[in-house]
Write a protein that binds this ligand. Structure first.
Ligand SMILES: [Zn+2]
Length: 313
């Protein structure tokens, strides 16, 4: 009798433990995962993959130059609460490192499962050959960090984020995988549409302020017509601008891309002294108010190319 009573008590404790374990795993599955990203494009992709399981904050706005970011005390708090941190990498968002240190959040330190460097999924362009010359002021020391403007590269980033979230939250892996599949189906269709739209512009030359469009040019078969910055991050001299004006006059250069965070004066000077058309383009989601998704971003940029204008030149 005594031993039966003992057995019952043991069984009750075991059942209690099982229920507690089950409840905690359900809670873990239902808990809203806090994700912080350094740029808006990674925010919108993480939202598509994570669906209603995630809350995502971007530390920069789409009309901000992510190369030059002033960190705020409120950013430390955001990073402190993060379960997952997704960075662009390749030096463009190195300002995240002091934020990670100040937040004292060990879940998202470099090398932990909560730290995702999206550039590790990307085929990097413009990797410097030989010794890097920091003294020249070049800010693309690890290769070109502007891969967000290539939908094909961002497709790889979607797969990386999905894989990493699934391994971190295995109970939600089926949801992440379904969301990823749905999104990539839409993105793949759009990539075909964009490539068709851009076909007539093969080898067209585009002038930009900064060397931030290499991945976009490669994706759509375009060519650089020169940069207003002599080196990434280095201000243009009048001599450099005059040489560029000469180059635009002598060659067929269709458009000048100007991002919201660069000054207007130099592009306007180029436009007034040559026939080039200035196109104000966002380079990140949110760069202009009508662009709120990654697909809207590439839609907006590719719609700057007008086949009628191409024929006129
Ligand atoms: Zn750059």
């Amino acid at each position: 009798m005594n031993s039966k009573k003992h057995q019952m008590k043991y069984l009750t404790i075991l059942m209690g433990l099982a229920i507690t374990l089950l409840c905690s795993s359900v809670n873990a599955a239902e808990k809203n995962i806090q994700i912080v990203t350094t740029i808006t494009d990674l925010k919108v992709l993480a939202e598509r993959i994570g669906g209603n399981h995630v809350s995502v904050i971007s530390l920069t706005r789409g009309n901000q130059d992510p190369h030059h970011v002033q960190i705020k005390p409120s950013d430390i708090l955001k990073v402190k609460k993060a379960d997952i941190l997704i960075i662009n990498g390749l030096g463009i968002d190195d300002w995240i490192n002091p934020l990670i240190n100040k937040s004292r959040n060990n879940r998202i330190r470099s090398g932990t499962p909560g730290y995702i460097n999206a550039s590790t999924a990307v085929s990097i362009l413009d990797i410097p050959k030989g010794k890097v010359d920091r003294s020249s002021g070049d800010i693309h020391l690890h290769g070109n960090p502007h891969y967000n403007l290539s939908p094909t590269e961002m497709r790889k980033v979607v797969l990386l984020i999905s894989k990493r979230l699934s391994s971190q939250y295995p109970l939600l892996a089926n949801d992440f995988s379904r969301n990823t599949k749905d999104y990539l189906n839409t993105l793949d269709q759009k990539i075909l549409t964009w490539k068709n739209r851009m076909k007539p512009f093969s080898k067209t030359r585009i002038v930009t302020f900064h060397n931030g469009w290499q991945y976009f040019f490669k994706e759509f078969g375009l060519e650089s017509g020169g940069y207003m910055e002599p080196k990434p991050g280095v201000s243009p001299s009048p001599k450099h601008i005059n040489t560029l004006i000469q180059r635009i006059k002598e060659s067929h250069t269709l458009l000048l891309f100007k991002e919201p965070y660069f000054p207007e004066s130099i592009p306007n000077k180029l436009a007034s002294q040559s026939k080039i058309k200035v196109s104000n383009v966002p380079s990140y989601v949110g760069g202009v108010s009508s662009v709120n998704s990654y697909i809207e971003l590439i839609d907006y940029i590719t719609s700057q190319f007008n086949p009628a204008e191409q024929k006129e030149n």
